[in-house]
Design a protein around this ligand. Structure first.
Ligand code: FAD
Length: 377
């Protein structure tokens, strides 16, 4: 039997959370091993919509989103690769007075968390964004947000981690994490045994498999956000657009890529089978999405859809992820269950978790994301 590979920290799961954490742990000088079942960035992190959005979040999450936005701004320089992050802004639009009121409240609330949004209504809105429908009452605009290419970001973190000296092992499914003594021992399916005093579990929708071993199983459910892309039209939609509504079906989002295609998602989620590693687009959802897209930007009504897809995302009942130390085991950390909004957070989670694991504390408040909030069921 070959000896275990020893490092200072093991990160299990190479989505954007794991890959970014491995990168930042190396930046802090720790010997790091990243173990990924398939390829880095292959699951949710690689197939998402690409929204790098801070507004519309749970308020205590805004400091983390701000930290992440700062990392996004330095991504090319940090990684030496381009993940196509651009900042044309992000706008949330409202059709009903009660939704406008909620937007106005949010604009006021996030200001205290250091996020400046601009409320724009009526003719001023249409003068600035002439492609928006005439019956949109108002929108809150976040000028420094935008989008990136999900196919590039997590793999770029993985490659950069490796260049910095991390051991990045793909096709290494972790079967068990045990803590027989000071160190954790991590067993993989045919890709070796690893040992370290620090472990982070960032296995997305599959996190319960390993967390339950430590008595920290949480009510995590896999679902598939429904995505699509249209044929191209002349480029005119700069910002990412989302709809602020309490009605699930209305909550769609879209962006136009420079070559003209409209990428869209939102509304009802579809089935995701975590064990089979498959997520599906329910064709009825595509039929529901299209009128909702036309409702926001009438000009896209005549376009043909050229592709639809989904991905497997982990959701918790409060729609808030688990980020931080285990409530039960010293040296064990979690970052999973990002409930459809983790792509933006990924780089910031990486920087924050590396800080926490390396120093025992972090300047970014993580208490609202503690796994112990599920202790009482
Ligand atoms: C279709 C879709 C659209 C989305 N749109 C957006 C968006 O626009 N903006 C946004 O901010 N967020 C969006 N999200 C959410 C975002 O993609 C996720 O929150 C984020 O990517 C989660 O990253 P992760 O690293 O936690 O998980 P994942 O990317 O799922 O990575 C987890 C990794 O763990 C690996 N793994 C699992 N089990 C094991 C094991 N036993 N051993 C080793 N490895 C294991 C998996 O193979 C996987 O690579 C979207 C999600 C989907 C699915």
């Amino acid at each position: 039997m070959s000896a275990a590979v020893v490092s200072d920290a093991i990160v299990v799961g190479g989505g954007i959370m794991g890959a970014a954490t491995a990168f930042f742990l190396r930046k802090r000088g720790l010997r790091v091993t990243l173990l990924e079942r398939g390829l880095v960035g292959q699951q949710a992190s690689g197939v998402n919509f690409g929204n790098v959005r801070r507004q519309g979040r749970f308020l205590p999450q805004v400091p983390l989103a701000n930290r992440s936005r700062a990392v996004w701004g330095r991504l090319n320089e940090l990684l030496g690769e381009d993940a196509e992050f651009i900042t044309p802004g992000h706008i949330r639009v409202a059709f009903r007075p009660e939704d406008v009121a909620r937007l106005e409240q949010h604009v006021a609330d996030v200001r205290t968390y250091g996020l400046e949004l601009e409320m724009i209504s009526g003719n001023a809105l249409r003068a600035r964004f002439p492609f928006l429908a005439g019956n949109i009452l108002a929108g809150s605009f976040s000028p420094l947000d935008g989008h990136a290419n999900p196919r590039l970001a997590a793999p770029a973190f993985g490659r950069a981690a490796r260049r910095e000296g991390a051991l990045v092992v793909e096709n290494a499914e972790v079967l068990a994490v045990e803590k027989p003594g000071v160190d954790f021992v991590v067993e993989t399916r045919g890709a070796g045994t690893y040992r370290a005093p620090l472990v982070m579990i960032s296995t997305g929708a599959w996190a319960n498999t390993l967390a339950s071993r430590f008595g920290e199983k949480v009510p995590l459910v896999a679902k598939g956000p429904q995505m699509g892309v249209t044929e191209p039209m002349a480029y005119r939609i700069d910002p990412v657009i989302g709809v602020a509504s309490e009605v699930a079906e209305e909550g769609i989002y879209l962006r136009q890529v420079k070559r003209g295609n409209i990428v869209y998602g939102g509304g009802w989620r579809g089935p995701a089978l975590a064990d089979a590693q498959r997520a599906y687009v329910d064709p009825m959802n595509t039929l529901r999405q299209f009128p909702m897209l036309r409702r926001v930007v009438p000009g896209i009504g005549a376009l043909r859809i050229i592709r639809t897809w989904s991905g497997i995302e982990g959701y918790l009942p409060d729609d808030i992820p688990v980020i931080g130390p285990s409530g039960k085991v010293a040296g064990l950390f979690y970052a999973f269950g990002f409930c459809g909004h983790g792509f933006q957070l990924g780089p910031g989670v990486g920087e924050t978790m590396a800080e926490l694991m390396a120093t025992g504390e972090t300047v970014t408040p993580l208490a609202p994301f503690a796994i112990s909030r599920f202790d009482k069921g």
